[in-house]
Design a protein around this ligand. Structure first.
Ligand code: NAD
Length: 213
């Protein structure tokens, strides 16, 4: 398979959300035009994104909602549950851990970690906060693949190193810094301040908004 643009993967996630909403409404058929309108991209973009992974629709007849939804879930690796841990149980870590629908999306929280002695032993939704020293054991015993980093910027690389040593394969990094990891580990940064800065640019320069591809 050729390299796939990150933006394509982001759009597949959006298409999947749209398909799930259509399925919940009992709608069985859709088209690249409809997906495009809902995702605010062009129909050409939808077809191009899907074409990386094969042929899904029939020319003129559109897509079967359940089939395309099933295929996108398979492509995105969402036909199984993923075990997740959080490192850093401050304001953000606790808010994420307490998010009520976390497991509804098949991301199962298996451990929460910190280094602050006053936090170790506290219970968060039935999970006891453990010292990061326990990461390798928990990752191995619970089969954890993904780690969320919600520590201060200055501690993010240490937290990443601890997660990688413990054996996770992916990191969702909320700390506002770039972390370095080995090539086998994938890092996804999440930064709401970066989103606000992009908004600030587009509000000031509305004429520079990208037209639909
Ligand atoms: P916080 O100070 O409330 O919590 C940080 C926690 O990390 C503390 O409990 C601390 O004891 C723990 N910690 C420190 N070093 C550690 C280490 N090496 N290993 C394990 N735990 C460690 O901070 P917060 O407000 O929850 O923010 C956490 C991070 O998230 C910060 O980097 C912040 O900039 C970032 N943040 C990102 C977004 C976003 O959209 N991405 C939004 C808000 C905050």
């Amino acid at each position: 398979m050729s390299t796939i643009p990150t933006a394509t993967i982001s759009r597949l996630v959006t298409y999947l959300r749209i398909l799930s909403q259509l399925e919940a409404q009992g709608i069985k058929k859709t088209s690249s035009d409809h997906l495009a309108e809902e995702a605010q991209v062009s129909a050409f973009q939808v077809r191009k994104d899907l074409a990386y992974f094969g042929r899904f629709g029939t020319r003129g007849a559109g897509y079967s909602v359940p089939t395309l939804r099933r295929e996108l879930r398979r492509i995105l690796g969402l036909t199984r549950a993923w075990n997740v841990v959080i490192v850093g149980m401050g304001r953000l870590g606790q808010a994420i851990a307490n998010y009520p629908s976390f497991d509804q999306y098949d991301f199962l929280l298996k451990g929460v970690f910190d280094i602050d002695p006053s936090k170790i032993g506290q219970k968060i939704l039935g999970l006891e906060v453990q010292h990061t020293d326990a990461l390798p054991t928990v990752v191995r015993e619970k089969g954890v693949d993904i780690g969320l980093i919600t520590v201060p910027q200055s501690a993010a690389q240490d937290a990443a190193d601890a997660l990688v040593r413990a054996g996770v394969k992916g990191i969702l990094n909320f700390a506002p810094t770039i972390i370095n990891v080995s090539r086998e580990v994938h890092v996804e940064p999440v930064d709401f301040l970066a989103g606000l800065k992009r908004l600030s640019f587009y509000i000031q320069n509305p004429q520079l908004k990208e037209e639909l591809a």
